[in-house]
Design a protein around this ligand. Structure first.
Ligand code: 6LW
Length: 515
């Protein structure tokens, strides 16, 4: 009788465990809810490395300084920015760089105690790599590499270091010296993909005695996809997976998804032996438009008949059930008041900052303008910009013009598409202005005379539009599609923050709150 009761209790426990929607346990792994993107906002071209339960992701940054953020996680869901790889001008020349030039896709790898990051600086030197013992930095000075093409990646094996990139739209491999960067073997053409345009983003992995070559094709827009080939020899010949593409949202199954442009991935094995991929995708708002940029997503990978399968062959979603060895904490919306006592690694500039134009003291940021705004040729605006990481959020500041000039908040996508919400002071005349630049159009959407050169400027961001508040009162509205990549171009995403184009201005902190 006693035995029956125990058995029954065990059965009830098992059944209730099995039906708990939040968490199911089998064979040492739990079913959890994964929230995508894992790194939101402008976070394209992710590459990942796993080192004993610590995971690091890097992203491309184009004309921004510092460049190539490094994010750390231990649970694959929550990622904290621990630094930037390229945080000194000597590592990152950005002469005349813009949102389509500069730092393209980086790769991060680890070998025998050293981290390596390899990438392309388009327009300022081409392919280079840097190294560090701590991924938070400092990273070395750049070593410039001979083999060109974009999206270089590294693969280490038996004391050798191989580099792949895509010169002449052909994935090409050579051996290099990781210390000097010297080329040690002639470039060997490996694969041109399955016929999609822009074969790029190559990575080499070894699994079960095969070398796998993962690439992206189709371009970084709607037709983006991941394809794979394999060989017993790193130099080839590579045979394409008959089931290519192994992942794309350019499909019937995913045509209604708000997540599109999936591609540019990097495979990795977690500490528990499970396989995953990080990749980029964008989320659409207000139709076929995206303004937050390409973001970093995660999906599980299985191996079937010797080939990697992403997410069981299914499209990904913003929340999805996956199996992990532990339940990660649900990510929390960010809510932060910056008093500028410290400038964290998330703050960026367009090209290199002119240091003497920035000062922070007692919770007040003071910016001095040098005439540069966000149009073409305004290469060094006095501006502190961070990623808008949520479609629905709110940000604001209190600005005071200390001299004649223009200063306020920037909502910046590219030199061709940006908004400024600012105070203009000209002698006794002070105005609040909401202005948008879209290619050849420069439009002042709202202008109001204000009694003093101070104003509280707040922006409420919704998926498809922005609303602007002047001293707490509605001031204007602008569609976010006008700042979308489809309209404004570039490879980036919206960044926001205080700026001063001319004169001198003080900012009483900066608030950023996600919904
Ligand atoms: C990047 C290329 C790509 O280097 O876009 O989506 C380019 N993939 O791989 C710029 O991000």
């Amino acid at each position: 009788m006693k035995k029956t009761v125990i058995l029954l209790a065990a059965l009830v426990a098992l059944v209730s465990c099995g039906t708990n929607p939040a968490q199911k346990t089998t064979g040492g792994s739990v079913e959890v809810t994964l929230h995508n993107p894992i790194i939101s906002g402008f976070s394209p071209d992710p590459s990942v490395v796993a080192v004993e339960g610590d995971y690091y992701i890097v992203n491309s940054t184009f004309h921004y300084f510092p460049g190539v953020p490094v994010y750390h996680s231990r649970d694959l869901q929550n990622w904290e920015q621990i630094g930037n790889v390229l945080d000194r001008p000597s590592q990152l020349p950005l002469v005349e760089s813009n949102a389509s030039l500069g730092i393209y896709a980086p790769t991060i790898r680890y070998n025998e105690g050293t981290f390596y990051m390899i990438t392309t600086n388009v327009g300022n030197g081409g392919n280079f790599m840097v190294s560090a013992t701590n991924p938070a930095g400092p990273w070395s000075e750049p070593i410039w590499l001979e083999q060109q093409g974009i999206d270089p990646s590294l693969y280490f094996e038996d004391g050798k270091c191989y580099m792949v990139s895509n010169p002449d739209a052909t994935i090409t491999l050579c051996e290099i010296d990781p210390v000097t960067g010297a080329t040690l073997s002639p470039g060997k053409a490996l694969w041109r993909g399955t016929g999609g345009r822009f074969p790029e983003g190559p990575h080499i992995y070894k699994h079960d005695g095969w070398y796998y070559l993962l690439i992206s094709e189709g371009g970084t827009e709607l037709a983006h996809k991941l394809t794979v080939a394999r060989s017993r020899n790193i130099y080839g010949p590579y045979e394409a997976n008959p089931a290519n593409p192994i992942f794309t949202h350019c499909s019937l199954a995913a045509q209604e998804s708000n997540i599109q442009g999936t591609g540019h991935g990097d495979l990795f094995q977690a500490a528990d032996g499970s396989w995953w991929i990080v990749f980029l995708a964008y989320r659409r708002y207000g139709g076929d438009f995206h303004h937050l940029g390409r973001e970093t997503f995660l999906a599980p990978v299985s191996w079937e008949k010797g080939w990697p399968v992403v997410n069981g062959g299914q499209p990904v979603a913003e929340t999805m059930k996956v199996r992990m060895s532990a339940v990660p904490e649900a990510p929390q919306p960010e809510s932060i008041h910056y008093d500028f006592s410290a400038i964290g690694p998330e703050w960026m500039h367009i090209q290199h900052p002119v240091e003497e134009n920035y000062a922070a003291k007692d919770g007040v940021l003071t910016l001095t303008g040098n005439g540069d705004g966000f149009d073409w040729g305004g290469w060094h605006p006095s501006a502190l910009l961070r990623r808008q990481k949520a479609a629905e959020c709110q940000f604001g500041t209190e600005v005071t013009l200390l001299e004649n000039g223009e200063a306020g908040l920037a909502v910046y996508q590219t030199h061709n598409g940006h908004m400024e919400y600012f105070v203009r002071r000209e002698g006794q005349r002070c105005q609040a202005v909401l202005r948008i630049r879209l290619h050849s159009i420069l439009h002042e959407q709202a202008v109001a005379t204000i009694p003093s050169p101070s104003a509280r400027l707040d922006v409420l961001a919704f998926g498809d539009h922005y609303e602007f508040l002047l001293n707490g009162q509605p001031f204007g509205t602008i569609d976010s599609k006008l700042l979308s990549t489809e309209m404004a171009g570039g490879f980036t995403g919206v960044t926001i923050g205080p700026y001063c184009r001319s004169g001198k201005a003080s900012f009483k902190g900066f608030d950023y709150q996600e919904q």
